[in-house]
Every structure is written in C-alpha cells, then in structure tokens.
Design a protein around this ligand. Sequence first.
Ligand code: AP5
Length: 240
Amino acid sequence: MGGLDLSEIDTGDLVREVQRRLECLSKPEKRLILIGPPGSGKGTQSPMIKNENCLCHLATGDMLRAAVAAKTPLGLEAKKAMEAGALVSDEIVVGLIEDNMKRPECRTGFVLDGFPRTVVQAQKLDEMLQHKGQTIDRVLNFAVRDQLLVDRITGRWVHPASGRSYHEKFAPPKVAGVDDVTGEPLVKRKDDNAETLKSRLSAFHAQTAPVIAYYKEKVVHIKADKAQGEVAGQVRRALA
Ligand code: AP5
C-alpha cells in the first residue's frame, strides 16, 4: 500500500472516508468549468463543489504558483507573466491540465477553476475531451462588478499548501494570520494588489470574457456579488 500504515489513521476518519467513497459511487459524472474575474469566489466555492459532487479540483493558478515556488523551468517561465497580471501561455496551461486530468480522482469528473481562460484553451480542452468521448456539462459564470473586487483581492490571505483562502473582513480565520486546519501561517499573494489587479481585470475582459460566449449553451450565471452562503446556494441549484 505504498508505505501507508492504515493502523495509524484514526478509525473515525477511516470510516468517514469509506462512507464518502461509497456515497460517491452513486454520484453522476460531472465536468464543470468555473469562470469569473479575479476575486469572484471561484477558489472559495471549489472545495464545496468538489466534495459534494465527488470531483477533482484543478486550479491552474495553484499549479502555476506551486511551479513558481519550486523554481521549475515551467515556473520560471510563468513567473513574469503572473507577477504582471498577464496570462501565461496557452501551451503551458493546456499541458498542465492535460497531465493533471490523468489523476485517478478525475476519472468521474472535475471542476476546472481558472481554466480555460482563452478561446484557444477552450478549443484545446474540447479536443482533449472529444478523444475520450466526454464533454463539459456546465459552465458557471461568477459575475461580479469590477469595483467590488478591489476589496476582495486586497483583503485576501491564503494558505499556500492547500490553496484555502481567507478574507480579513468577509471570511477571517479563527486566529488572525493562521490557517484554521493546519495552524500554518497565511500569506499574501504577490499579485494581490490594486495595481496588478487592473492588469488581471483587463486580461479577464479581453481574453476570458469571450470564453463565456463560446460555451453559451452550457453557461449558468451566478450572482457572485452576494454573501458566500448565498453564492453556494445558487451553485447547488445550478448543479442539481
Ligand atoms: P488564479 O490563481 O486563477 O487567479 P484569479 O483567476 O485571478 O482568481 P483568484 O484566485 O484571484 O480569485 P477567485 O475567484 O478564486 O477568488 P477567491 O475565491 O479566492 O490565476 C493567477 C494567475 O495565474 C493569472 O493572473 C495568470 O497569470 C495565471 N493563470 C492561471 N490560470 C491561467 C490560464 N488558464 N491561462 C493563463 N494564465 C493563467 O476569493 C477572493 C477573496 O474574496 C477571498 O479572500 C475570499 O475569502 C473572498 N470572497 C469570496 N467569495 C466572497 C463573497 N461571496 N463575499 C465576500 N467575500 C468573498
């Protein structure tokens, strides 16, 4: 079992995991895309969508940040664009998605967070899925006015290892500056400042908004300017 000693795992945790996996057997396959400007709540809602629908969560931003932190050749290439608030090349992100979709937990579906972000990426994704006889089921468009996003982005704190995000006003951690689950320190993302946000929003409107039209038959519009719980309710209804 790859060195894993099950006797070391708490019985309650083990039973809950087995129950979860049994419940997952009855869930339909789902392939979902989340589109929205920076700070619209894609990363916040993803864990709920993933857990309740038994999907894998593929976030290109998280993958790229991990590559930058590990100083891999891909990370070094992506770093400059990310810090400037521009998009990384289609080739890099399509490769990342193609590799990660092979993970066993993606077999019965996925939630794509931050991908595709250009029409070319959407076309490549369609080609990838067509080869496997699969298709995208639903595209959730997290709509928020630009003005609201400045507060959301400048007040965000993240736990880099898990991708969990907090907000100093809207979703504070139990203890300031510390991740609720691991107790590890929270950090600010380098691109989370008002200046870089302007470039990220320009990239969104110019390059990503056309992806919403590309998927027009599959899009459900989410009013993502509402409180987190209300957004979660809209998402659940959209996926029911
Ligand atoms: P990425 O990491 O994908 O960043 P993003 O799209 O800019 O999105 P964010 O993570 O900023 O926002 P989010 O919608 O997840 O918001 P969150 O839920 O955290 O990409 C980073 C960079 O990587 C890009 O700029 C690009 O360079 C590159 N990249 C990534 N993918 C790429 C691709 N496919 N192609 C090319 N380049 C790519 O919420 C934000 C804050 O608001 C949090 O603090 C949260 O607590 C709070 N909040 C959430 N919901 C609510 C609510 N309803 N009410 C109040 N506060 C809320």
